[in-house]
Design a protein around this ligand. Structure first.
Ligand code: EPZ
Length: 437
């Protein structure tokens, strides 16, 4: 690459890094919004394509920077990846077991390539995923699962390596400090598909994204039962083949739009959602005085009068999702009264609190809980996004606030929300993307 080309790439990346959203608040959202495919389902499904040398086709893939990133990681392992019109075509004909240190280190979700590499090649080496702003996020449970299947784990020079002559099915308990682990369950499940014999995972994660992954693996010829329950059984097979699959809709994106409609006193229809994945969120919105109606696969959301304060505690699925905690907190800043939001999954997932305070919110942190004294009108201000869901909360607060809010570093949002500013504009929001000056 010439110096000029490198300069262009750096400049483009810098501009993307410097993008922000300008929101003029106070407009009730109205109209329809269609949910995209689920980020947290498509990432492990992309990794699962490493389990076979045959082509795989995945539909309803959201156009997100995390998806592009996972595509780069698969390419660095030797796979061919093509993405067009919401469809991914991946073929991992010949692959190597060592991932690119820098690429993997930059996206936590990429740890889920370990299971497929270990399953297929009997060895996997990746850079240790560091912590992130929401918590330490160790992978001890993933490694415990691999060891139970007979792998030897070594950690050196920033790399973690799992290797085994062969993998053998085993019974294992995968519960940890905060209960089950989503990507830990996914990783061990994928490795076990090509192990000798039967593996039984107890305290498995029950998230819909784990079920969607198991569906894809079974379409590839795996034998998995019990996905969606705390006990998953995997009967190992000799090899897996290519498959075609449509990813489930993103329940966290749906929850985010529902909460935005409630925060702006609007009325919207969310199309293409899976209401059966959203019970805990709908229950809390109902309790807060928001009308949530199912119409087939669509959800109708509208607020009836004043919001009511509700307490929320995040839990593994089917409890209230930690990925909707920040958005719900933004809503509770608008509701007169006290609400207590308790985060039980990640130890430091309150980065949005100080930024919401810039908009005039009154929130105090007490250990794992945030005490929200709501009801005071918010007013627009420049705020800084720190992580994906915190930035969604700042957008919601900005839509409800008087005046103009500038949300900086929106690259966090682009990791998990497809065209969020365009979708919100279609709902009547006064929002535009701009390069920070
Ligand atoms: C997945 O992360 C999601 N990411 C997260 O979404 C989501 O917040 C999380 O599940 C919980 O629902 C993807 O699917 C890509 P965990 P994951 O392992 O699997 C502890 C978003 O905003 N733990 O279920 O990494 C861990 O520290 C992202 O889209 C261990 O102690 O989360 C945490 O406290 C953010 N040891 C808890 O378990 C382990 O080996 C749950 O983490 C693994 C996890």
């Amino acid at each position: 690459m010439s110096a000029a080309e490198i300069a262009t790439v750096i400049d483009r990346r810098y501009r993307k890094f410097m993008e922000s959203l300008l929101i003029k608040g106070g407009v009730p959202l109205h109209g329809e919004v269609t949910v995209s495919g689920a980020k947290n389902a498509v990432l492990p499904i992309m990794a699962a394509t490493l389990l076979t040398s045959e082509p795989c086709v995945i539909h309803r893939v959201p156009n997100l920077s995390d998806v592009k990133f996972m595509g780069q990681i698969l390419t660095s392992l030797g796979a061919r990846v093509a993405f067009a019109g919401g469809t991914l075509r991946i073929q991992a004909r010949k692959i190597r077991g060592v991932g690119d240190y820098d690429l993997i280190r930059r996206m936590r979700g990429s740890v889920c390539i370990m299971g497929p590499l270990l399953g297929r090649l009997k060895q996997a080496t990746v850079s240790l995923p560091g912590g992130c702003v929401i918590g330490a996020r160790p992978i001890n449970l993933h490694l415990k699962g691999f060891e139970a299947l007979g792998a030897k784990i070594t950690i050196a020079c920033g790399y973690v390596r799992a290797a085994a002559k062969q993998l053998t099915g085993a019974d294992l308990f995968l519960g940890g400090r905060a209960g089950s682990t989503v990507l830990g369950t996914a990783n061990v499940m994928m490795a076990a598909t090509l192990a000798e014999g039967v593996t039984v995972i107890e305290s498995a994660a029950c998230e819909p994204e784990v079920v969607d992954l198991a569906c894809f693996l079974n379409a590839m010829g795996a034998q998995i039962t019990g996905a969606g329950s705390p006990t998953i059984a995997i009967t190992g097979v000799k090899e897996l083949h290519g498959a075609e699959h449509e990813v489930i809709p993103d329940r966290i994106e749906a929850a985010t739009y529902a909460i935005a409609a409630a925060a702006t006193n609007g009325e919207i229809t969310i199309k293409g959602a899976r209401p059966d994945h959203l019970h805990a969120v709908m229950d809390k919105l109902n309790a807060a005085g928001v009308r949530v109606e199912r119409r087939g696969a669509d959800l109708m959301i509208c607020r009836h009068g004043r919001l009511k304060s509700v307490d929320v505690t995040t839990l593994p699925y089917s409890g209230f999702p930690t990925d909707a905690q920040a958005q719900m907190m933004a809503l509770m800043t608008l509701s007169p009264g006290i609400s207590i939001i308790t985060e039980r999954i990640f130890e430091s997932r309150f980065m949005h609190v100080s930024e919401l305070a810039r908009l005039g919110a009154d929130i105090e942190i007490e250990g794992p809980s945030a005490i929200v004294k709501g009801g005071k009108p918010l007013s627009g201000a420049p705020v800084m996004a720190s992580d994906l869901r915190a930035s969604a909360a700042l957008v919601i607060a900005g839509l409800a606030a008087k005046g103009t809010t500038q949300v900086n570093r929106v690259y966090h949002l682009d990791r998990g929300y497809e065209n969020i500013d365009r979708k919100l504009r279609r709902l009547g929001a006064r929002i535009e993307r701009m390069e920070e000056t």
